[in-house]
Structure formats: C-alpha cells, structure tokens
Design a protein. Sequence first.
Length: 476
Amino acid sequence: MARLPPVALAFVASLLLSLVAVGDEITVGRDATLYLHAAQQALALGPGAAFQVYAWPWFSLLLAATHWLLGLPLEVAAYLWCALFMAGSCALLVALTQRALPASGYWACLVVLSVPAFNQFRDDIIREFGFWFFSILALWLALRWLERGGWLRAGLLQLAIVLAALFRLEAVIVFAAVGLCLLGELRTRDGWLRLLQINALPLAALVMAAAVLLAGDGLSQPRVAYTLSLLDPHRLWERFDLMATRFAAAALEKYSWDDARQIVFLGLSGTVLLKFVTLSGPFALPLLYRGSWPLLADFWRWLKPLACCWLLYFCVLLVFFVQERFVNSRYVSFLHWLAVPLLTMATVLFVQRFPRFTKLFVVLVMAVMVHNVLPSGAKKTHFREASAWVAEHTQPSDAIFYDDSRIAYYAGRGFPMTGLTREQAMLPEQAQRFRYFVMQAKPDDPDVQRWLSEQHKRVLRQFANRKGQTVLIIGD
C-alpha cells in the first residue's frame, strides 16, 4: 500500500479504517434509526411515505433504491455508502492539497485519515457523509472551472452542489463561495458571463419558485422553510438580542450592559474556533505554530474557493448557534474538511522546522488515527436484549414509550415519534397514555421508585451491559 499514489492510498486506507470502525458495531446511532426507518417505509409504501417520516429523506431514498436494486440489507447499504462517501472525500482532498503543494501527498493522507473532527464518525450512519463528499467534489470542480471555464464544467459543478444539498441544505453556500471568487472579475464582460454560468441553476430554481408562488400553490417543503427561517434577519436579531439581554442580566453589572452583544458575539465565535482547534487533534500544534500563520495567505491564493467556503460556513455555524442555542462537533467538522490543505501545509512546515520531533509527531498521529476507529465504550447489548423482549412480549398496537428509539427499531416497531421527553412522558397526565415504558435508568433510583409507586407500575424486566448501563421495561 505504501507504493500507491497518495490519492489512491487515501481512498483504500479510508475504506479499511471504516471497515475496522463498523466491524464490531451491534447497534446503529439514533439518527441512523430515523434514516433506516424512512427507507423501510419507502420500500413498503412508496417513496412518498419517506417524507411522512422525515422532511428531507433523500439519503433514505438512496438506501431504499440500493436495497431494491442490489438486495443489500438497509444497514449494510448505509454503511457501504457512508464508507464510499468518506473514502471519496479523503481522496479528493488529497488531490486538492497536492494541487497547492505538489510534494505533500502522503502528508495530506496522514492528515485526512486522522483528524478527529470527522474521522470519529466512521462507525456511524449519518447524512453528512454525502454532504461532505459532494461539497468537496463541487469545490474540486470549482477550481477546474475557475481555471478553464465552460458551460459543461459549470453544469457539473452545479449538479454536485445540488447533490450535496440533498443531504444537507447548507451545501448551497458553495454557490456563494464560488461567487465570491469571481468578485474581482466583474469589471469585465467575461466575468459577468462566468457569474451567469455558475448561477444558471439557482436562477432557474428562483424562476420556478416564483411561478409556483404566483400560481398560488405555495412552497410547503418543511425543511426548506425551516432553513429559510434560520436566515430571517429580523428573527436572527431578536434571538441574538435576547441572548445578549439574558447574559447581561445574569452576569454583568448594569454599567456593562451595553457591551453584552459584543461579549456574546465574541463568545460564540470563540467557542466555534476553540472546537475547531481542539477537534484538529495533533494538527492543532502546527496550526497554532506562529511560523505557520503566513500560510493563510497561500491557502487563500491557491485554494480560494475552499477558503471562502470556510468563512461562509463559519458564519452559518454562528447563525445556527444563535437560533438553536447549540453547536456540536458533527456540524463543526465540515470546517476541518475545508482546512485539510491548510493543516497539511502547516504540518509540512512544522516538521521541516523541527525535524527531531517528526517521528514522535507521526507516532502520535497514528495513535490518534487508531483511536478514532476503535470502540471507546461498552457495546449496547442491553438495547438488543430489551428490543428482543419487546418484540416477543408486546403487541404492535400496544402504546409504548421508548426512551431511545433504537430499541423500538430493533424490535421491529419502526421509529416512534411521540414528541415527548422522558420527563414529560412520566408526568401523570401523560403517563396514562402508555402501557409500557422502556427507559434507561437504574432500578434502585429513588426518583424512579417514587414514580413507580405513584403510578402503580413495576419493573417487568431489566437488562444491563457489561458497563452496568441498564434498560428498564416498566408496566402495570
């Protein structure tokens, strides 16, 4: 494998790492059960049924189509697509990095295969894999189109963005990133023609949307409506102002209330940046090395679409942070994909400046690479045991509250969506709706014991994994 070209090495090694990561899994993630259930519904009732489960089910439809065409089990199809998308993303980024720094191919492999931010998800089934792959493919195509132009290349670029948006709508920022790269050319007729080339598809979509609105049919896609609501400037400012007001009232003296907005903005920005640095793993060291900072200019000059996309996606994260009050590592990880060439350039410079530490640094990186794909906790055997009990001892018509939807999924009961948290379901007015409760808790928990007594219920069975994590099945 060491003789493989860097791009091929990245692809093959990524597939092997994904195989190691999923080889020991016995349960899928929470989000995965939703996607798999939507795929099951599409196969049983038709593609339209998937939209009743989830508002943006294109990944699920891909899984359903794969099962229909090849006969693969849905979970196998999902893991296969995720592994292929991941491998493709790694290979494309190595190719992009070599474009900026030709001799850096194998270092780029090391970076892209070990950065914890996105490699930690190799054992999961998430739609981000498709979003990452097609977004990176679009950026690779954008660089070729910026060099050579042409309607065909522009069309392929726009198609890649649309495919990425079918996984996550945030992919449309690639349109804006490429548009920013053209700002310096808009003084010429050719520059405006190129801008038209790259925006032909969005303009056509706007015309079609306007036609639908004028016809009075309206646009009722919930996922699109939700995304547009996040970008509503008035609502965004209200949410940000509310956050700043609450912070000022809770933590500041009245003399500093006027500074609350700046403090909150810097705090949100700093949180995202801190996540970016910490999730870079060992590569945070060369990134923070002061001698690497001039490389930002090289990154901007050689790979401007990626740099513009990084800045725009950072803004998207801030908007989401303000609107939804949280941001997690899965969302932040796209910043790391975009920064792989920069991290590689910084790493090459770092090992050149400090050659004595090269072997130690490589060993550390390899250790992180292995850690990313090895299981970090006890298997959820108690989930599978609980789901087997539910399948054997209850009826599909029974009203059951599931603390974790994966138990329902493995019991063959789909993906229940009650809209209730466990705390809400345990309230007296809600508890009477359910015949059984399947929840994660300790049987001797005083709060659980008190609730059992009040509701005249008892623990029918309990299942624990080797770590002592317990699932209780509660009934009358």
